[in-house]
Design a binder for this molecule. Sequence first.
Ligand SMILES: [Zn+2]
Length: 128
Amino acid sequence: MAENQAVPAQNQPTAEWLEQHARYLASAAWEERRSAVLQRDKYQCQARLERCTQKATQVHHLSYRHWRNEPLFDLASVCWVCHEEITRMDRGKLVEIVTKRDLEHEQFLHFWEAGLHREKPSEPEQSG
Ligand SMILES: [Zn+2]
């Protein structure tokens, strides 16, 4: 947990983070990444949600884990309609997504452990 530049873990980003983010989005470094991503995706929207215009003009963060030093695979070209929709969904569902991920992880551990136990010889599964 030494990521001191990462997005705050709360559901809502702090005003301070938003300000830093706005400054980052105005920087030359972001402009360079942004145009590299748009060129990579050939200016085609990668979201294709309902009402998609298909013409990508914006770049969406798939993850903020590497914020301000994003590998290009953390970024995707999107049209403005899809971007608005994604932002809206992310904002409303952040808690839900995080909770769900924890649940899935627990389920995974559960199945994994069950699998380990199954490897041990237990009762022979033969029908009589
Ligand atoms: Zn779109």
